[in-house]
Design a protein around this ligand. Structure first.
Ligand SMILES: Cc1cc2nc3c(=O)[nH]c(=O)nc-3n(C[C@H](O)[C@H](O)[C@H](O)COP(=O)(O)O)c2cc1C
Length: 193
């Protein structure tokens, strides 16, 4: 099978975001034949407006195109008030529309998250999983990557320090996403034109 390209979204716009740093750590672990592009433009999307879903603003059209071109999505989310940040929900709303033409539908997706609490976004990820289920994006079920006490896992440069266990979880998550993407390709190859 040819090389796989994944698009990664961070649910945080914060400079020094633990979740964006986690995506950079994941990207560095990608095996040969797999590339991860981190998209940092979620803050440029306007608020979702159903009046504009058919002819969307340029920033939305660009993100939709990037999602469609990708073999899969990777979403790192913070946990905000036991759910996901509004900026991520806004992006998912744009991507899920127009009805019948969602760029998320059928898109293999892996999720993960980091937070300074001891739960490491477990509750936020449940919310995200439910949203992705609703929009019919197949989501990697295992491993669940919840990076807890994230504020203790950075070096002085702000680089995320993956301990051996977390590193193996990140590699496993990528391997499972590759597997899901290959299954999805194989299935679409079987669909008659
Ligand atoms: C509005 C808001 C709500 C938050 N709610 C939670 C929460 O419910 N659970 C949690 O573990 N952390 C919560 N936090 C703390 C975030 O997990 C923490 O700020 C984290 O570092 C955000 O991710 P980032 O570093 O990628 O920006 C909240 C932070 C904000 C700003």
């Amino acid at each position: 099978m040819s090389d796989l390209r994944f698009l990664a979204l961070s649910g945080s716009l914060r400079r020094g975001s633990h979740n964006t740093a986690l995506l950079h750590a994941l990207k560095a672990l990608a095996p040969d034949g797999v590339s991860v592009e981190i998209h940092e433009g979620l803050g440029e999307l306007p608020y979702f407006n159903q009046d504009r879903e058919e002819v969307p603003p340029a920033s939305v059209a660009d993100l939709r195109a990037r999602v469609r071109e990708a073999d899969g999505l990777i979403i790192a989310t913070p946990e905000y008030n036991s759910a996901i940040p509004g900026v991520l929900m806004n992006a998912l709303d744009w991507l899920s529309r127009p009805a019948g033409d969602s760029s998320l539908r059928g898109r293999p997706t892996a999720i993960l998250g980091a937070s300074p609490s001891q739960f490491g976004t477990a509750r936020g990820q449940l919310v995200l999983r439910q949203i992705l289920h609703r929009v019919q994006a197949p989501v990697v079920a295992h491993p669940e990557v919840t990076v807890f006490r994230s504020h203790q896992r950075f070096d002085t440069e702000g680089t995320f320090l993956a301990d051996q266990f977390t590193e193996s979880l990140l590699k496993e998550l990528l391997a499972e996403l590759v597997h899901l993407a290959e299954l999805t390709h194989a299935r679409s190859d079987r669909v008659p034109a």
